[in-house]
Design a protein around this ligand. Structure first.
Ligand code: PLP
Length: 410
């Protein structure tokens, strides 16, 4: 028989969310009548606006006609959608032909690992969205796994804690080829300022590193003076790739649509174009996003759709505000929740899974343990604002009702 791929063996045995689900199922087997409230997984719940759903139906119905049928499209994405993305998100900052439409940011992250290869060194924020690390390990990095910390040997973790305002101490870091940076951040909810991102770009330039800027939550930035794209920073086009997603901005988690931006100025050490190689990888590993979904994506970026998805984002922002009340009610120290759909709640000296278990057992509340996002996440849990309003309101109500419970005051 074939040998198991050792790189897969090196992956952490349980991806965070399946582990949470397992605990949830075990709890429900013991307490079948419990009414669990999920503030855990970051999946969206708000229905699609009509103008966008109509576009899905229209395109789908057209597929049964000679005129409306379409097969393979350009792997880089339909020209109209690329133009719309460029004009909505990057006016004066990036061109349509620098945008590669995809089936979502997670998929792009995996393909990026193929682009740079298993010998590229990487740095990630700690805590971090787990996919940067897991895709790197699956392709051969960080084999020396340290189970106890969840840390991988040759992947540099950049601690982002309340003591450094969730922005890494760059001067203390070794050089890496790639630096993953997510703002607004999952899980901490922190958003980097102009000045911080300018420091990051200077650091990348000095080290001849490439920044992979994950802007999946940029729609949640409420303060117009905060940067939504890395290309708002001078010099970023020479050292940064940006990833964008329709998932959390427009409720496309199930439809699947995203994009990557590769500016022409981006070069490998030998002077070759990174964008040219990305085109090769993108077109080899991917055959283009669904035509139907791209049509709906275009409807998101047209005026009517754009207004409608603003309401969707506001709905989740209001949920986040309610969750801040829940934290205040319980005197929990929290971060985020303003420019991001996540609250990062601190339980000093506690183990994240222990807090997770306690909230599950005592309050029937499903959260996400911070340690699942990296060693610096221990002692935290993440609350997600992506639930339905009534779910969030019930959680807040439960927080109010019962102050007699144990250490968490539930
Ligand atoms: N990037 C970050 C930081 C995320 O939190 C997520 C999803 O939770 C993704 C990317 C995945 O986005 P997509 O649905 O476009 O694959």
């Amino acid at each position: 028989m074939v040998q198991r791929n050792p790189k897969i063996k090196a992956l952490r045995t349980h991806y965070l969310f399946p582990e949470i689900n397992k605990k949830k199922q075990e709890f429900l087997r013991r307490s079948p009548d419990a009414q669990l409230i999920s503030l855990g997984i970051g999946d969206t719940t708000y229905p699609l606006p009509k103008s966008i759903a109509n576009q899905l139906s229209l395109y789908g119905a057209g597929m049964s006609t000679l005129e409306g049928y379409s097969g393979y499209g350009p792997e880089q994405g339909n020209a109209g959608l690329r133009h719309l993305i460029a004009s909505r998100f990057y006016p004066g900052l990036a061109e349509a032909n620098e945008i590669f439409v995809s089936d979502g940011t997670k998929c792009d992250i995996g393909r990026l690992q193929v682009l740079f290869g298993s010998s590229a060194t990487i740095a990630v924020q700690d805590p971090t969205y787990p996919v940067y690390v897991d895709t790197a390990v699956a392709l051969g990095q960080g084999e020396a796994q340290q189970e106890a910390t969840g840390c991988y040997g040759n992947i540099v973790y950049m601690p982002c804690t309340s003591s450094n305002s969730f922005f890494p101490d760059l001067e203390a870091l070794p050089r890496t080829d790639l630096i993953y940076f997510c703002s607004p951040n999952n899980p901490t909810g922190a958003v980097a300022t102009h000045e911080q991102l300018a420091r990051l770009i200077r650091f990348a330039k000095k080290n001849r590193s490439v920044v992979i800027f994950d802007a999946a939550y940029s729609a949640y930035i409420q303060d117009k003076t905060l940067p939504r794209s890395i290309y708002e920073i001078d010099g970023a086009r020479e050292v940064a790739i940006e990833l964008g997603s329709f998932s959390k901005m427009a409720g496309f988690t199930g439809l699947r649509l995203g994009w990557s931006v590769f500016p022409k100025e981006l070069r490998f050490e030998g002077g070759e174009s990174i964008s040219t190689d990305w085109n090769r990888i993108h077109t080899t590993f991917f055959n283009g996003a669904s035509n139907i979904v791209q049509a709906a994506g275009a409807a998101v970026l047209e005026e009517e759709g754009w207004m409608a998805i603003k309401k969707m984002v506001e709905y989740y922002q209001e949920n986040a505000l309610l969750l801040t009340h829940l934290c205040q009610e319980n005197e929990w120290q929290f971060y985020g929740g303003v420019h991001a759909p996540y609250l990062w709640v601190e339980f000093p000296g506690r183990d994240s899974w222990e807090v997770f278990d306690e909230l599950l057992e005592q309050a029937h509340l499903v959260t996400t343990p911070g340690s699942g996002f990296g060693p610096s996440g221990n002692g935290f849990i993440r609350l997600s604002a992506f639930g339905l309003r009534e779910t969030v309101e019930t959680a807040v109500q439960r927080g109010k009702k019962d102050s007699s419970r144990t250490s968490l005051r539930w």
